[in-house]
Design a protein around this ligand. Structure first.
Ligand SMILES: [Zn+2]
Ligand SMILES: [Zn+2]
Length: 396
């Protein structure tokens, strides 16, 4: 992932949809473009492969309502020059001369970064958290400000969550463009005062006996106009900066768990302490196993004959197999327990594997099987339904 992705890439254009497109329209456009450019249909065509990547990347953001909102928000902020204004406002070199929490109301998270290697994909990166250490309000801190807390989300494979895993986490945060130091102007040039508001950033409009002040539309309230845009940030003054750190997820980490990594958030301003990093964990479902706390769950189909006569079942565990005794006369839905075959914690505590038996009924049987079953039925007492029969008789 290159930096500045969200600011620079127009995902709407990539999908050929309008900014106001509904999620259905986006999905449709994506499916069509993905089909057309799919590498399987265009072997050896690197252009198509590139298009496919672009389209997929765009859909990863626009196809997710939460990410789409953040993307829209970020682009409108960067595009409006909000970055330039705040960069100019604080104007301290180095450190963090702008206050992101001003720009991004609450905590936001999202952004997406795909790692293709190893046993994991989909590391969600970023983004800014609202609140956080620096105190939030307009009052400037006494002493070096603590860095902001960073909120991020990561999707783990089921196995990785059970066994524990170390993953590189890419974090994105808005930063001041190094090329223009945040003023948005091409090096060697300066922003000039806005001719409409004469640098005030607001215009006043009279309506009846009222007058309204509103942000100047010409300069979007910044007060200055960039005539020659900085090539690095395209005049916004801001870029997305990325950093990568390795995060250890302990064995048994659960879906929905929030992990706090002290001091791994944004660095502090001028030597202040760093903020914390909060990682929200999502665990992808496994195709076989489910999980309840430290217990793994598994459903195993058995035949009626196996349930009646009993059998030994060899079932998979996460890292091997285990043989379970099904005693004769076992009802459907019975749960068998394989002790210690669940999630094994670092301290040695382990959950169990809970195997639910599911008696399956064949949709079709051979003539021989039918005959045998009829013989069986004739030898078997009827099911215990007396308690229902009394009620049924009331209506007959
Ligand atoms: Zn720049
Ligand atoms: Zn203006």
């Amino acid at each position: 992932m290159s930096s500045k992705d969200w600011i620079e890439k127009d995902y709407y254009a990539a999908l050929g949809v309008d900014k106001s497109a509904s999620s259905d329209e986006i999905k449709k456009a994506y499916r069509k473009l993905a089909r057309e450019s799919h590498p399987d249909h265009n072997p050896g065509d690197t252009g198509a492969e590139e298009r496919f990547k672009t389209v997929s990347e765009a859909y990863a953001v626009l196809g997710d309502e939460k990410k789409r909102r953040e993307y829209d928000e970020m682009r409108s902020l960067f595009g409006s020059g909000a970055f330039r204004r705040s960069a100019r406002g604080a104007g301290q070199p180095g450190g963090m001369p702008f206050d992101v929490s001003d720009l991004f109301g609450g905590g936001a998270g999202g952004g997406d970064n795909r790692f293709s290697g190893g046993g994991f994909t989909d590391l969600f990166s970023s983004i800014f958290s609202g609140g956080g250490g620096a105190g939030g309000g307009p009052a400037r801190p006494r002493g070096p400000a603590r860095g902001r807390d960073v909120e991020t989300e990561v999707a783990l494979d089921f196995d990785d969550a059970v066994r524990g895993v170390t993953l590189p986490l890419t974090l994105r945060a808005p930063g001041v463009c190094d090329t223009c130091h945040g003023n948005g102007a091409k090096p060697g040039t300066q922003p000039v005062a806005c001719p409409v508001c004469h640098g005030a950033g607001v215009t006043t409009r009279n309506q009846g006996s009222f007058s309204f002040s509103e942000p100047c539309r010409n300069c979007q309230g910044v007060g200055t106009i960039v005539e020659e845009k900085c090539p690095e940030c395209h005049g916004t003054g801001g870029v997305t900066k990325t950093r990568t750190l390795n995060v250890r997820f302990p064995a048994g980490v659960a879906d929905g768990q929030r992990i706090r990594l002290a001091g791994r958030g944004e660095p502090g301003e001028r030597g202040g302490p760093a903020g914390d990093l909060f990682v929200q964990v999502k665990v992808r479902p496994d195709e076989l196993f489910g999980r309840t706390g430290d217990d793994l769950t598994l459903t195993v189909p058995i035949t009626y004959a196996e349930a009646v006569l009993g059998t030994d079942l060899r079932v998979p565990t996460l890292d091997g197999t285990v043989t379970l005794r099904v005693p004769p006369g076992t009802p459907s839905g019975r749960v068998l327990r394989a002790r210690g075959k669940g999630v094994v914690r670092k301290d040695g505590r382990a959950g169990d594997l809970l195997v639910t038996l599911d008696v399956v009924v064949p949709a079709k049987v051979s003539d021989e099987a039918r005959a045998a079953l009829e013989t069986f039925a004739a030898q078997t007492p009827p099911a215990a339904r007396e308690h229902l029969d009394a009620r049924v008789r009331r209506f007959s």
